[in-house]
Design a protein around this ligand. Structure first.
Ligand code: NDP
Length: 275
């Protein structure tokens, strides 16, 4: 990439964003197609988010990913939003076109594409969704759209009830209530980010038949237990890559090959000691 007067700028905006892998693989996608564009991280403090979003528009930024904690704000700020983002209630992708801001949610697409690598046909299957935060909303939306029967558990029970009231799914008080009835187990909480986070349920109850997904990018205690049990498992990297590939498609109309973005992340990880 040659920085020039006509270089297009894309970005990720959030707080924090310094550990984000999105710049690594989105830049590899632009390189792959020989597009003169750069994708940069903008870490914006909450008190500055409004002026920062207006700034993206003023500066002629072409597209943005939005991450925690600004996905809801991005949706309400945009001029137009696709129906999925409206139902989910948050946007992780913005496209700036002819002075207007268009908002999309690609988390649910990324999640489904990743899950379908483990289970190509989802209709009629049963899943336990751990968590009721922002990512859980997008995941629940995708699962219900595919005809999956979803049980939701969340640390704060009322939040799970609210989520199920708005989108659907059944709420359970303890994951153990349904562990024997479900085939898919998804951790969408931020528990597991730290090694000493207490387990979300008794992981010794995992069975070989379970397909275990943790949307955190690293090996969590849940993923480790699934591995030990011999279950099919998946960490959050594929979801991240597929949601990013979908954002890239929205911005450019181009489908970047999965191998290109995955290679970029693996090369980056090998070159860095990450804690
Ligand atoms: P939110 O802050 O919106 O939600 C956090 C969720 O985690 C809530 O359900 C919260 O429960 C739960 N939680 C937090 N701490 C604990 C704990 N110690 N024990 C049990 N539950 C806990 O965050 P998001 O939903 O946006 O993100 C969650 C995780 O998913 C993050 O780690 C993020 O990095 C990852 N993520 C990965 C993506 C990918 O592409 N792979 C995409 C988006 C997110 P409560 O309601 O009780 O507070």
């Amino acid at each position: 990439m040659n920085l020039r007067g006509d270089t297009q700028v894309y970005c990720i905006i959030g707080f924090p964003v310094r550990h984000s892998l999105s710049p690594v693989f989105q830049n590899s996608a632009f390189e792959h197609f020989g597009i003169n564009a750069v994708y940069v991280p903008f870490e914006v403090k909450p008190e500055n988010i409004k002026v920062a979003l207006e700034g993206l528009k003023a500066l002629g930024i072409r597209g943005a990913n939005v991450t925690l904690p600004y996905k809801e704000e991005a949706l309400s700020w945009a001029d137009h939003a696709d129906k999925h983002a409206k139902i989910i209630g948050s946007a992780n992708t913005l496209k700036f076109e002819n002075g207007a801001v268009h908002a999309y949610n690609t988390d649910w697409v990324g999640f489904l594409k990743a899950l379908k690598k483990l289970l190509p046909e989802l209709r009629g299957r049963r899943a336990l969704l751990l968590g009721a935060g922002g990512s859980a909303r997008a995941i629940l939306y995708g699962l219900l759209l595919e005809g999956v029967e979803v049980y939701i558990w969340n640390r704060t029970h009322e939040r799970a009830l609210r989520l199920s009231g708005e989108l659907g799914g059944k709420v359970v008080k303890k994951p153990e209530e349904v562990i024997d009835r479900v085939e898919i187990i998804i951790n969408s909480t931020s528990s597991g980010l730290k090694e000493d986070d207490p387990p979300l349920f008794d992981y010794s109850l995992l069975r070989l038949e379970h397909k275990v997904v943790d949307i955190i990018y690293r090996e969590t205690p849940l993923i480790r237990s699934a591995k030990e049990k011999g279950c099919f498992f998946q960490d959050g990297l594929d979801m991240l890559l597929y949601q990013g590939m979908e954002s890239f498609r929205i911005w450019t109309g181009l489908e970047v090959p999965y191998e290109v973005v995955r290679e970029a992340v693996l090369r980056y990880k090998h070159g860095h000691i990450r804690t």
